[in-house]
Write a protein that binds this ligand. Structure first.
Ligand code: NAD
Length: 243
């Protein structure tokens, strides 16, 4: 059977661990030529079956160079940071950092990649947002929710502007997914058992999501199986926002 990303050139940001890593591995398994990027060189070195490259998504020069080098037909924007707190805990620096890492990075990558996608007849962009965005407010996720809502707006705008050029752009909104950074957020709350139970309780399914479940959706959206899908927001949250 033909693999659904055979021949696709896939660039994934924040691919050294968690959701980004699962997406890079899934895309490689689907036949894509993957460039997995991150700022964590040690973790990138654990990946096999794909090209790896250091890329800080806050650095426009690095992005332009890498995108020009690998000319991706598929771009997966996964980099993101979770700031903990309300608006009163979010000072100017927190606001600027989260917006730069979560939103401006996505703008930079898309702006760098779209011209070649158009010139080559099309492409697919998948942006990792969150249900904590314009879907639902989550406690202590003020600037995170702001940035993830902005990603949905960015996604829809690109979808509309480039639909006729063959460039699709979709967003994924995960609920709570088991990743190394989730473990860090749980540990930061002190009482690990209670904190983990509270994260699990958000999902009516009574469990956390797995990174490979998000990767499966990302690979579908990246592929031609989703050729008629653009500007959409895909929730994958174990029922968190279904009620
Ligand atoms: P993670 O936090 O476990 O890993 C983040 C990766 O980003 C790390 O490998 C890190 O080195 C890399 N990174 C950090 N700064 C970077 C930079 N400047 N340039 C490039 N890479 C950088 O990731 P995760 O929990 O799998 O989350 C991935 C994405 O999914 C994020 O956008 C996150 O907001 C989103 N998300 C996660 C969850 C969840 O529950 N885990 C839920 C909803 C959305």
């Amino acid at each position: 059977m033909t693999k659904r990303l055979e021949g696709a050139k896939v660039l994934v940001t924040a691919a050294a661990q968690g959701i980004g890593r699962a997406i890079a591995e899934r895309c490689a398994g689907e036949g894509a030529i993957v460039t997995a990027t991150d700022i964590n060189r040690d973790a990138l070195a654990e990946l096999s079956g794909m090209r790896t490259a250091y890329l800080d998504v806050r650095e426009k020069g690095e992005i332009d160079e890498l995108v020009s080098d690998c000319q991706p037909s598929v771009l997966i924007n996964c980099a993101g940071f979770v700031h903990h707190g309300t608006i009163l805990d979010c000072d100017n620096d927190d606001w600027a950092f989260s917006n730069d890492l979560n939103v401006t990075s996505t703008y930079r990558l898309c702006r760098a990649a779209i011209p070649a996608m158009v010139a080559n007849g099309g492409g697919s962009i998948v942006n990792i947002s969150s249900v904590a965005s314009s879907i639902v407010g989550a406690p202590n996720r003020f600037v995170y929710g702001v940035t993830k809502a902005a990603i949905i707006g960015l996604t829809k705008s690109i979808a509309v502007d480039f639909a006729s050029s063959g460039v699709r752009c979709n967003a994924i909104c995960p609920g709570t997914i088991q990743t190394p950074s989730l473990d860090d957020r749980i540990a930061a709350q002190g009482d690990i058992d209670t904190a983990r139970k509270a994260f699990v309780a958000r999902q009516p399914m009574g469990r956390l999501g797995e990174a490979h479940e998000v990767a499966s959706l990302a690979a579908y959206l990246a592929s031609n199986e989703a050729a008629f899908t653009t500007g959409t927001v895909h929730i994958i949250d174990g029922g968190w926002t279904a009620g």
